[in-house]
Write a protein that binds this ligand. Structure first.
Ligand code: NAP
Length: 248
């Protein structure tokens, strides 16, 4: 089910965690995946893993916060592949602190990576998708963007912003047959959540009705679903993937 043969897919933040799993899953479904982050060694290793699965993958080093860098990267991808069918805006960081202690730098870097980075890629890639009158864009938000979280004002604002960006882009691009959706993961086991204290992890687990921490493939399975032709009547939506933590 859900064949993505020969679709050209860009995944940002592909060097580890959820982005790596999304890249491997897209490749398993037949997509040609371009893995993006700032860490060349980690990206080479992801591409090797894709090739071990007999998939097609390559990488580009790009800082999502830098629009010139994004434009150059996308130009090179289009020169090589002629088109882009799928964009997954997954790159994200946390720099947690209570509001009163949050520095301007903490605020700016989280907003610039999580929100502006996605804007940079949507703006640049959608030009090509508009020409080909098709495309799928998936933004990785967080349940924190729906609920807010003490100590994460910057992160929650960036993730709530992504939901607004998703809905606006979905409305603008619908006429060109481009679907834009958002995933809001809960607590997923990755390097990002490894750094939480044991106490915080135990407390989070108590709030998950399904009583388990999510895995990166819980997110990548939903990405595949949203990238498929069969689901192209879904746009502008935010799907929470959180074991039932937040029920709307
Ligand atoms: P992670 O393990 O920390 O990976 C983050 C990825 O983002 C890395 O590949 C990193 O690559 C990349 N990245 C960061 N800044 C970048 C930049 N300026 N330019 C390019 N790439 C950049 O995080 P994760 O847990 O897999 O999370 C992935 C996404 O899911 C994030 O958006 C996160 O907010 C969201 N999310 C995660 C959870 C969770 O529980 N894990 C929950 C909700 C939402 P380099 O450092 O190699 O550049």
């Amino acid at each position: 089910m859900f064949n993505l043969n020969n679709k050209v897919a860009i995944v940002t933040g592909a060097s580890q965690g959820i982005g790596k799993e999304i890249s491997l899953s897209l490749a398993k479904k037949g997509a040609k995946v371009i893995c993006i982050s700032r860490n060349e060694e980690a990206l080479k290793s992801v591409v090797r893993d894709i090739k071990k699965l007999n998939g097609e993958g390559s990488y580009a080093i790009c800082d999502v916060t830098n629009i010139k860098n994004v434009q150059k990267t996308v130009e090179e991808i289009i020169l090589k592949h002629s088109r882009i069918d799928i964009l997954v805006n997954n790159a994200g960081i946390t720099q947690d602190s209570l509001l009163l202690r949050m520095s301007e730098q903490n605020w700016d870097s989280v907003i610039n990576t999580n929100l502006k980075g996605s804007f940079n890629f949507i703006k640049t890639v959608s030009k090509n998708m508009i020409k080909s009158k098709s495309g799928k864009i998936i933004n990785i938000s967080s349940i924190v963007g729906l609920t807010g979280n003490a100590g994460q004002a910057n992160y929650a604002a960036s993730k709530a912003g992504l939901i607004g960006l998703t809905k606006s882009a979905a409305k603008e691009l619908a006429v060109r047959n481009i679907q834009v959706n958002c995933l809001a993961p809960g607590y997923i086991s990755t390097e990002m959540t490894d750094k939480l204290s044991e106490g915080v992890k135990e407390n989070l687990l108590k709030q998950i009705p399904l009583n388990r921490i999510g895995n990166p493939d819980d997110i990548s399975n939903a990405v595949i679903f949203l990238c498929a032709n069969e689901t192209s009547y879904i746009t502008g939506q935010t799907i929470t993937i959180d074991g039932g933590m937040v029920m709307n």
